[in-house]
Each structure stands twice: as C-alpha cells, then as structure tokens.
Design a protein around this ligand. Structure first.
Ligand code: DGL
Length: 267
C-alpha cells in the first residue's frame, strides 16, 4: 500500500533561539518536512520561572502552533519539557515530543556509569533528567549543574565573550572534580557553547546534543504513524513573540542551511 503523505508542518517552540539548535538537527534528518518555529522572546527566559508559569506559557505556545495547523509539536526547550510535557500531553489531542525522553533513549546505548547534566535552574530543580535517566539506566550516577547565565548570554549573542568563558569555566568545575566525561546539554541554548565547553576540557569530553536524539525519535514516529511528508518541502517558518536585536542574523547563523526560511516577527 502506498503511504499517504502529510504535508502539514511540524510545530516547534522554545523561549528564544535555543530551540533552533534542535530545529537544525530536525532539518538535517527530515529534509522533506515543513516547520513552524515559535521563539517566545517576549517571555524569555523560562529558566527561572515557576512551574505554574511554564505550564501557562507552554499551553499558550501550543495553542498558537495548533492555530498554524501543525501535525505534531516538539517542545524544543528543556525547561518547558521538564515541567510541562506531561500536563500538555493530557490537555492537547496532538502528538507532543519533548527533549528528555528521546535523549535518555540515546544515552542508554552509550553504556555509561556516570553522566553530567547541565541545564537551567528550573530544569535542574525539577529533577526530571535525573529521574528519567535513572528509570532507564538504574545504576547511572548523575552529576547535575544549573547554569543560570548561559541561556541569557547566548540569547544576547554574546556566547563568545569573556563573561561567557568565565561562566563556562565555573560551571564545568564540578564535572572535572567528579571525572565526568559525558555531559548532556540539557538546555537547548547550550549547543551554542559546544566549542567553548570542549575547549574547557581540552576536547576530552562528549557533549550530548538533545536535537540529534529528538530528530531520531521524530523520524521514527512520523514513519510509524504514516505522518511523513513524502513530497517537496515548502518552508521553515520562524516566528518570534517580541523583536530582539539582530534576531534574523542569529537565526541564520544557527540555521545556515535551512531551505526557504521565512522569518516573521510578532504573532
Ligand atoms: N532553551 C531553553 C531550555 O532548554 C530555555 C532557556 C531559558 O529560557 O531560560 O531550557
């Protein structure tokens, strides 16, 4: 039987540019799919908000993406995944994928005894990474570190500044002390620091990019549920809720090879 094709877009959201690191991997692994990306810059940062606030924002973002007629939602934000995924799944009648579960599946194959997790304050406070990791890999030791400054520095386009180098240096201390050689980038802004973090460990560290794991899961999900777009890709649309300086430049920097990129400000 020939599979039916589903040309509807995939909705993706984050508090700002961070989720674009996930979208970049989705674009790579799913070249035929159309995307609508919402960067909720108006409410950035999510990292220090309460669980109640995160739930409200996730609900609003998902409602907006549904109004754009998407077929599936990817919560490309660690903070929103850790504190609102289960509730969103219970409210909405649309498939929703977060960044934690696919990454845990990916990490399980690495057969590790110890792993580091860096994320926002809210994500670390929720304990979601540790809980999910231990459920799948019971004996794994998890070393957590909240990095409250990193998302904001990246959002301001200053990931290569002195401030950034100093913050990364301080945040990585705990992993050096504990001989951790694999670290999950548990906030989607952090792949922007990939090189800086690797330099901090003289390249002797493995960084787990959640986008790669999410793309693998999404590809499998679309295939199994007959939801793939087997036709031509039309566009990747990026929408932000508040104007941010040089946002176009920042988007293009991350999504270098996005096909038919349409950037719309304000919704
Ligand atoms: N990129 C987001 C995350 O994965 C949110 C960062 C923030 O808004 O504080 O956690």
């Amino acid at each position: 039987m020939k599979s039916k094709m589903d040309t509807r877009s995939i909705g993706v959201f984050d508090s700002g540019i961070g989720g674009l690191t996930v979208l970049k991997e989705l674009e790579k692994q799913l070249p035929n799919e159309n995307f609508v990306y919402l960067g909720d810059t108006l409410n950035f940062p999510y990292g220090d908000k309460t669980k109640e606030e995160i739930i409200k924002l996730s609900e609003k973002n998902i409602k907006y993406l549904i109004s754009q007629k998407v077929k599936l939602i990817v919560i490309a934000c660690g903070t929103a995944t850790s504190q609102s995924l289960e509730i969103m799944k219970s409210i909405f009648d649309i498939p929703i994928i977060g960044i934690i579960e696919p990454t845990v599946v990916y990490v399980k194959k690495m057969n590790l005894e110890k792993i580091g997790v860096i994320a926002t304050t809210g994500t670390i406070r929720s304990g979601a990474w540790e809980k999910n990791l231990k459920q799948e890999i019971p004996n794994i030791e998890v070393v957590n570190r909240a990095c409250p400054l990193l998302a904001s520095i990246a959002e301001e386009g200053k990931a290569k500044s002195q401030e950034s180098l100093e913050a990364v240096h301080e945040y990585m201390e705990i992993f050096k002390e504990n001989n951790v050689d694999t670290i999950i980038l548990g906030c989607t802004h952090y792949p922007i620091y990939d090189e800086i973090i690797k330099n901090e460990f003289s390249n002797k560290v493995n960084l787990v990019n959640t986008g790669v794991a999410v793309a693998t899961k999404l590809k499998q999900y679309l295939h199994e549920n007959n939801m793939e777009n087997t036709g031509e890709k039309i566009e990747t649309k990026v929408i932000i809720s508040k104007e941010e300086e040089d946002f176009d430049k920042k988007i293009k920097n991350i999504l270098k090879s996005a096909k038919n990129l349409d950037i719309t400000k304000f919704y």
